[in-house]
Write a protein that binds this ligand. Structure first.
Ligand code: CTP
Length: 401
């Protein structure tokens, strides 16, 4: 998979930098063209000359060391790369990247590149567990950076725990597997709905639910990374989309989502409805703010919204249609019922009362159930990983049709 690929290896200043020698050598042996960028701290641990000999390419350490007047080195090398690896990645480079700080060659290249970036962290176990580092890794993962988790064991600082950079062979294996999937959805058009809907009562009040949109956005980002053209119809959320392959349509109410989904439906091959659509909305929408009464209760009459997924199921032609079900009791039983009633090809069921699953959080646990009632468990993992697994299962089932 890595043959003829242009790989940019960023080496930062940690003791694990010595393992980057072996990584460079193995990448070169597997047929990749490797260029190395080092931070100045990395040069305290390992030598540019060794990387130059192993990669057979000049090593970059200084943004202002412009050798060729025809080119601007940091942009040139950022554009050259098909894949970027940061190994080892210190807490410092994660902090700089997450804040958009471009104060040396590596951090500048990282902002300029559009290639997929793989990060293999290495640091002391307590640094790895620090909330700032966890926060930075989560944010970067949400932006589409791929992490290669460190292993646990004896650390150079004397502590035993998680923080040891993954071995070069495993890093290459992870990247190989990932690259295999990078065309998984090439040529496919996928329509995804995300977030809650908001059902207005009066100019200051509305009904909504706890959906954050994270699962739908993770699906959109993952699908775009797998080469799909993505349309994301989203209710009101606080999330951003940065991927150019994602066309975003913002809606507020269930009715607006209904209209947007039906408009886009005919042009798509796969449709995933992860939005938490309100089932009811106030029957009367007041133009003026409702005033409270001096005594007694207030009764608000609610009416059903349209079931978007069920109506897509009725109008289904060539599309592979996937629903979501958030349940607190008998998840599979209810999931199966929705699968049949709404004419779906598959449903992703989560038991939202389980710790680590469901609304607002960054993780999920799910069961993917297809129309042949085959079940695949997706264990506790980040919503991004769950999204990748769901998409792989969809492709498996589409190929099997
Ligand atoms: N859905 C929809 N339109 C609605 C309601 C739900 O498209 N008006 C979709 C959701 O996007 C999701 C699936 O249907 O994919 C969820 O099924 P649903 O039966 O509506 O779930 P709940 O509302 O949780 O069902 P219940 O209240 O019956 O448990």
């Amino acid at each position: 998979m890595l043959k003829q690929k242009n790989i940019l290896l960023g080496v930062t200043g940690g003791i694990a930098a010595y393992k980057a020698y072996a990584l460079t050598s193995k990448l070169t042996q597997s047929g990749a063209n490797v260029k190395v960028v080092m931070t100045s701290s990395a040069t305290k641990f390992v030598s540019p000359l060794t990387f130059q000999a192993l990669s057979r390419n000049p090593v970059y350490t200084d943004t202002f060391d412009e050798k060729d007047p025809q080119k601007i080195a940091h942009i040139d090398v950022a554009d050259w790369a098909d894949i970027v690896i940061i190994a080892p990645a210190t807490a410092h480079i994660l902090g700089r990247l997450v804040n958009g700080i471009a104060d040396d060659m590596l951090s500048t290249v990282l902002l300029a590149t559009t290639a997929p970036v793989y990060i293999a962290p290495a640091m002391n176990v307590n640094m790895y567990k620090h909330p700032a580092v966890i926060h930075n890794m989560k944010q970067l993962e949400q932006w589409g950076y791929h992490f290669i988790e460190p292993g646990a064991g004896y650390l150079a600082c004397g502590w035993i725990g998680k923080g040891r950079m993954e071995e070069p062979e495993s890093i290459i294996e992870v990247i190989n597997n990932h690259q295999k999937n990078s065309n998984l959805l090439a040529g496919k058009r996928i329509l995804i709905s995300a977030g809650p809907t908001r059902e207005v009562l009066d100019p200051v009040r509305y009904f909504t639910n706890r959906s954050s949109g994270k699962m739908g956005f993770a699906l959109a980002e993952a699908a775009a990374n797998y080469g799909a053209d993505v349309t994301l119809v989203t209710g009101p959320v606080h999330l951003q989309t940065s991927n150019k392959r994602i066309k975003r349509i913002d809606v507020i109410s269930a009715e607006e989502m209904f209209q947007a989904m039906h408009k886009e439906f005919p042009h798509n091959d796969i449709v995933v409805k992860s939005a938490a659509v309100a089932d009811y909305r106030p029957k009367i929408v007041y133009d003026e703010k409702m005033k409270k009464k001096d005594n007694g209760q207030v009764e608000i009459e609610m009416e059903r919204t349209k079931d978007i997924l069920a109506s897509l199921g009725e109008n289904k032609a060539h599309q592979f249609l996937v629903g979501f079900a958030a349940e607190t009791t008998s998840p599979l039983e209810y999931g199966e019922k929705k699968l049949t009633e709404k004419n779906l090809d598959a449903i992703v069921v989560n038991n939202v009362s389980t710790e680590g699953a469901g609304f607002e959080g960054d993780t999920n646990i799910a069961t993917y159930l297809n129309k042949h009632l085959e079940q695949d468990e997706i264990g506790l993992s980040s919503k991004r990983k769950v999204a990748e697994n769901v998409l792989k299962l969809i492709m498996r089932d589409m190929k099997g049709e």
